[in-house]
Write a new protein. Structure first.
Length: 343
């Protein structure tokens, strides 16, 4: 199997050289070119035809987001953004990047090498499998949907996603009204970014969205995003009201927070009063948890292959019988309403 051809776009010469040295240590990766700005990157793309590009957001002559906006319509290419803690990363994902990693301190050599081998290389390999044509899909607005259920306080919606999930979740929840039951979400993301993502969703949709904290109630019209880092989020019921607990724990399926941990807790706490939704992502996190939800009487929806950036998590869930309804991304919101109105 041929190695993945990588173009690294980074203006810091020190960081760029460290990236090249460490990426090339992996036998499945070959850095074919580097660039310090988007103009050099454009020329390198045309000359070397890379399989994946790593891209810093802050670049001279043109920032990475503007470069993506110009590049993707003409030359669709899997892009992994390397970003400091900034909500600009979500603009990059909206512009067509597949995924991102949090940029570590260059001064700590050991930390940097660990980051490259344990995070960046994994993201590059996932990006190499991504369907770039599905990164940006026109989303049909859900027409004539309203929740007519009688007991929304007793119902719960749980959503899990990974690679491509930030945009997929946004596409779905923009069609959700504040009339829906409470929603809990695990999206694999580095610490710090989940709070910014929650604030962005809060501004962009009709739901009230925040990064979850232990003790937060899951109320109708509200959505809680599991915090990135070393805590798993679980659903509990206290005095008849749904709440979340965010507590430290080891990684599950390589992730913390884990979709499986959330879905398992929803199966135990809400049983048949829940709807589970699994979206685009690499691996199988969430599949067993979604099956536990379905076996407890919950309804389940999985994103279909044609609209996934990476058809991993939804595929595993579908293959083991966890998915009751398989839907295109643009139909998931209206299907959610249809299913809830039968519960």
């Amino acid at each position: 199997m041929k190695p993945i051809k990588v173009l690294t776009v980074e203006d810091s010469m020190v960081f760029r050289e460290l990236l090249v040295q460490n990426l090339n240590k992996d036998p499945d990766i070959q850095v074919v070119a580097t660039a310090k700005d988007p103009f050099e990157a454009r020329d390198a793309i045309l000359e070397y035809h890379p399989d994946v590009m790593t891209l810093d957001v802050e670049l001279p002559r043109m920032n990475g987001i503007e470069f993506l906006k110009k590049l993707m319509p003409q030359y669709p290419l899997p892009v992994v953004v390397i970003s400091s803690l900034s909500d600009k990363v979500f603009d990059a994902l909206n512009a067509g990047a597949v995924d991102f990693v949090a940029k570590p301190s260059v001064s700590n050599r050991a930390q940097l090498e660990e980051f490259i081998h344990n995070e960046l290389i994994v993201k590059i390999k996932i990006a190499a499998t991504a369907k770039i044509g599905n990164v940006k899909k026109p989303v049909m607005q859900a027409q004539g949907t309203a929740f007519s259920g009688r007991d929304k306080k007793n119902l719960i919606i749980a959503i899990g996603a990974s690679t491509g999930g930030t945009e997929a979740i946004c596409s779905v929840v923009k069609d959700f009204g504040a009339d829906l039951p409470g929603i809990v979400v695990v999206q694999h993301m580095p610490p710090g970014f989940t709070e910014m993502y929650a604030k962005r969703l809060d501004n962009d949709c009709r739901l009230q969205v925040k990064e979850a904290e232990t003790g937060d109630q899951v109320l109708p019209g509200h959505m809680l995003i599991a915090p990135g880092g070393d805590r798993h989020m679980r659903l509990v019921k206290v005095n008849g009201v749904y709440q979340v607990e965010c507590r430290q724990g080891p990684k599950v399926n390589g992730h913390c927070p884990s979709v499986d941990v959330l879905f398992d807790s929803v199966a135990k706490t809400a049983g048949a009063n829940a709807l589970g939704i699994i979206l685009t992502g690499m691996g199988g996190d969430g599949a067993k948890g979604l099956l536990a939800m379905r076996q407890a009487g919950a309804r389940t929806i999985g994103q279909d292959e044609s609209t996934c950036v990476v058809y991993g998590m939804p595929k595993v869930a579908y293959d083991i019988g966890a998915v009751q309804y398989q839907e295109k991304l643009q139909h998931i919101a209206s299907k959610t309403y249809a299913v809830l109105n039968t519960m």
